[in-house]
Design a protein around this ligand. Structure first.
Ligand SMILES: C[S@@+](CC[C@H](N)C(=O)[O-])C[C@H]1O[C@@H](n2cnc3c(N)ncnc32)[C@H](O)[C@@H]1O
Length: 447
């Protein structure tokens, strides 16, 4: 502790050699973009899980394999004024929510600041910051639990952050209560399906009152769905009223549908889509509605539109109410679902890898508006092509402020103007944040 006091006052660098089991008292200076409290030592930073600026904390210090110096929180010695009691009973043992211990105003400000900061780092600022939207927790419509069977008892929960300790999670303040009710039934119903001593992933998604489960990992006696385990899965689907259950050996494999009682359907604007297994959906219906509303506010009343990284049509459906839509996406089943969807056309759906084969400038020039909603990696190759286009209006939807800011810089360098940014928080209490941004280019500004 003597050393710890020195550390806090002098901010000395910590010798690598004595790091293995060292406890330190640290003053937390700021909150990092992933929700860790940061102590700024002289030459490096120490990241403390679940600490807030203004906290004085006692922490076990260790250097991770990634070279980053981390502190595992032991005790809050003096609490930050932003600290509140975390509302969830599982806060201490679950790895799900990183920011439950932060007061609401501080939390909201930090979320907007993540986006502002990412843009500042690229010397960017929109002309208008549209009013941010903060959605309450309690309606997350998909969840992945880790399952582990030992002596015929199934534990179904989450791993603590950066830990291999699995805890049964029967209460969750962010998941849709219907998912938690299904989870409770699965604790017994999964016993004849899972292998003893081997963990599996249990993905649950609910849409419009329907349920899908995808099991990832070895099942039954052989590790694969033999007749006995298929039977157990069919019985599970009936007993728990699950519409579809699929299985895959690992994350890299395709999902084999073991039982489908009813196809899962989703409505996006004028489209009614039969969802393939593991379809991407926005994590909450309220979040989907907020993102769609934010995009549609920026759309003209009519025109010819493209929806890049379309998934199963979250934006294409509402956009079809205003004009013709071409949807582009690299997941084949999603594109086929869009092709077969019921609803007003003209909708054209194209299977295309937009990282390797982005929409080219001449193709982009055909559209009045292009909406793009890439995965967390962003859309670097695609925006390089868009930057030189004449498309008057680009609407970006992003779940990663850092890659968004990188891509925005490319567009602004290509003479697009960053008109507005709207922050939408549907990942309550996590460090994840989404945004909708408008880029415009007046006629004659194409390079
Ligand atoms: C954030 S999701 C958005 C999906 C959809 N816009 C929605 O809101 O439901 C990103 C989408 O990009 C797709 N995607 C990922 N990599 C891609 C690539 N290289 N080319 C085309 N689409 C890709 C994913 O399959 C996923 O559907």
């Amino acid at each position: 502790m003597k050393f710890a006091a020195t550390l806090a006052s002098s901010r000395a660098d910590i010798p690598l050699t004595i790091l293995s089991k060292m406890t330190g008292t640290l003053r937390i200076d700021e909150l990092g973009p992933k929700g860790d409290g940061i102590h700024k030592a002289q030459r490096e930073r120490i990241y403390v899980d679940r600490a807030l600026p203004g906290d004085n904390v006692r922490a076990d210090l260790h250097r991770g394999e990634d070279g980053i110096l981390r502190g595992d929180l032991i005790e809050v010695v003096q609490a930050s004024p932003h600290r509140v009691k975390a509302p969830c009973v599982n806060y201490e043992v679950c790895g799900g929510c990183t920011l439950q211990h932060a007061e609401d105003g501080f939390y909201r400000n930090w979320k907007v600041e993540i986006v502002r900061d990412a843009l500042r780092k690229r010397s960017l600022s929109p002309r208008v910051w549209r009013e941010p939207v903060f959605l309450p927790g309690g309606n997350r419509r998909r969840a992945t639990f880790a399952a582990f069977k030992k002596n015929n008892h199934v534990t179904l929960g989450h791993f603590r952050r950066r830990s291999d300790r699995l805890t049964d999670i029967s209460v969750c303040l962010i998941a849709d209560p219907a998912i938690m009710a299904l989870r409770a039934k699965l604790v017994t119903l999964l016993a004849p399906v899972l292998q003893d001593g081997v963990s599996a992933g249990i993905f649950i998604q609910t849409v419009g009152g329907q349920f899908e489960i995808v099991i990832t990992g070895p099942i039954g006696k052989t590790g694969k769905p033999d007749p006995q385990v298929r039977d157990a899965i069919t019985q599970l689907a009936e007993a728990a009223e699950v519409d579809r259950i699929g299985w895959r050996a690992s994350d890299r494999d395709h999902v084999e549908v073991i039982v489908q009682r009813h196809p899962l359907r989703a409505k996006f604007g004028v489209l009614d889509v039969a969802l393939p297994p593991l379809s991407f959906l926005q994590p909450t219906k309220a979040g989907e509605d907020a993102l769609v509303a934010a995009v549609m506010e920026l759309m003209p009343r009519s025109g010819k539109f493209a929806d890049l990284f379309s998934g199963c049509g979250t934006f294409s459906g509402p956009m079809l109410e205003r004009g013709a839509v071409d949807a582009y996406e690299n997941v084949g089943p999603a594109i086929r679902a869009l092709e077969k969807s019921k609803g007003a056309k003209p909708l054209r759906a194209f299977s295309r890898d937009l990282f390797k084969d982005p929409l080219r400038r001449n193709e982009a020039n055909r559209y009045d508006v292009i909406v793009f909603d890439p995965p967390r990696a962003g859309a670097q190759e695609q925006v390089k092509a868009l930057a030189s286009s004449k498309t008057p209006r680009l609407i970006a939807v992003s779940c990663n402020p850092a890659t968004f800011a990188r891509d925005a810089r490319i567009l602004v360098d290509g003479r697009y103007r960053l008109d507005s940014v709207k922050v939408i928080d549907q990942f309550t209490w996590s460090h994840h944040v989404e945004l909708v941004a408008l880029f415009t280019k007046p006629p004659g500004k194409a390079r």
